[in-house]
Structures are given as C-alpha cells and as structure tokens.
Design a protein around this ligand. Structure first.
Ligand code: URA
Ligand code: SF4
Length: 210
C-alpha cells in the first residue's frame, strides 16, 4: 500500500521541518506528475484548521493551499462567518494535485480528478502530524474527501454538515464541523443559496471556538 510514513521526519519536528520533509514525499504516485507538494499554511498556534481536498491547478503552481478560485470563495465566507484567516491553519487531505487532461479544445488543460481512498490514506500521516502540532480547537471539514480523511469512507457531507461533531479521530479527541467544499459554490446554479449554506456552517465552527 502507498504511504507517506517513511518520509516523515524522525522524532519531534516543527511545522517547518514537516513542510521540508513533505517536499520530498514520494509516498504515492501523485508526486510524479504534480509540480510540487502543497503543504499546509498557517502557524502552529492556529485555533481553526481548515481541511480541503487537494491542491488545485493554481495551488500546484504556487505551492500554497487555497490561493485559486475556491480559496477566494472560502476567504469571503470565513470573513462573513467571523473566522479570522490569521487564526486559521489551512491544509488539504492530499498534498499533491491529481489531474487529467481535457480532451479537445486548445492546448492541454489540466482537469482536477478527485483523489481516491488509496491516496487519502497514503497522505494521512502528514495530516496527522499537522493535527498533532496545531491541535486546533475546531477542524472545519471542507467536502467529502476531507471528511473521509478523518472519518473513513462512509462519511457523507449532506448528513454531517453544520453541527459540532466531537469524536476520536486517529486516536485524538477532535471537535469537527463539516461543510461543503467551497468549489461547490462555483459550480452551483443557485450560487447564493449554496454560499449562504457554507457561511452558516462556518458560523457553527466560529461558535464552537472557546
Ligand atoms: N481545493 C482544495 O480542496 N484545496 C485547495 O488548496 C484548493 C482547492
Ligand atoms: Fe506523498 Fe501525499 Fe504527495 Fe502522495 S499525495 S506523494 S502521500 S505528499
């Protein structure tokens, strides 16, 4: 099975050392075609951890999470919900961009592909290391992939969203609020309603801060 485990630093490592080690991860095949590892961003004292799926096209090129279109939706929604981005650590369940190429049209356009359970599992050791260091008061799960990374493949956003979940996750007691992935707002016909739903779930997370 694929796993990032052998690439994690030995002993106690801070976020900077983890990030450096993750840059060399070859724990699953996704590192082959992607530009670079996109590790989490923010500081170890962050109160909220925002957990996305995987880097997108722009994140892959720039090496930072949520700096593309989904990131703009997320930032606006966070602000509206009263969560300070400076108090947030932002990361993804999978740290390399998984994509295919669009057929036809001009040039080669890279199209996001959802990571599978194998890749989510392989990348899990990085996420667990981030959680152990940041120890957020609340984890915000953004979409199905992030939920599966914490709770396994039976996780359903529609069932779990918008309420505070207190549960053991990989041996740690965690407080989690799930919501949709911000890119769902971009794809929706009824954008404003979908966006309002995202904001109201984020408000639950804001309310769960001690
Ligand atoms: N979508 C994600 O899930 N994460 C990113 O970093 C960007 C887009
Ligand atoms: Fe390693 Fe995760 Fe990248 Fe796979 S996706 S190579 S496990 S960092």
């Amino acid at each position: 099975d694929y796993t990032a485990e052998p690439f994690l630093p030995d002993g106690e490592a801070g976020l900077a050392a983890l990030r450096e080690a993750a840059a060399g991860c070859r724990g699953c095949p996704l590192h082959v075609d992607a530009t670079q590892t996109v590790f989490g961003s923010g500081d170890a004292g962050a109160r909220v951890m925002l957990l996305g799926e995987q880097p997108g096209d722009q994140e892959d090129k720039r090496g930072e999470p949520f700096v593309g279109p989904a990131g703009r939706i997320l930032d606006e929604a966070l602000e509206e919900a009263g969560i300070d981005p400076a108090q947030s650590y932002v990361t993804n369940a999978v740290k390399h961009f998984k994509f295919g190429y669009a057929s036809g049209g001009r040039g080669k356009r890279r199209i996001h592909k959802a990571p599978g359970l194998r890749e989510i599992t392989a990348c899990g050791p990085w996420l667990r290391a981030e959680l152990a260091l940041v120890r957020p008061e609340v984890i915000v799960v953004l979409g199905a992939t992030a939920g599966k990374a914490l709770f396994g493949s039976s996780f359903r956003v529609t069932r779990e969203r918008g309420s505070l979940i207190e549960q053991d996750v990989h041996g740690r007691h965690e407080r989690v609020v799930a919501t949709i992935h911000p890119s769902a707002v971009l794809r929706a016909d009824d954008r404003e309603a979908v966006r309002a739903g995202l904001v109201s779930d984020l408000e639950v997370a804001a309310g769960a801060l001690r």
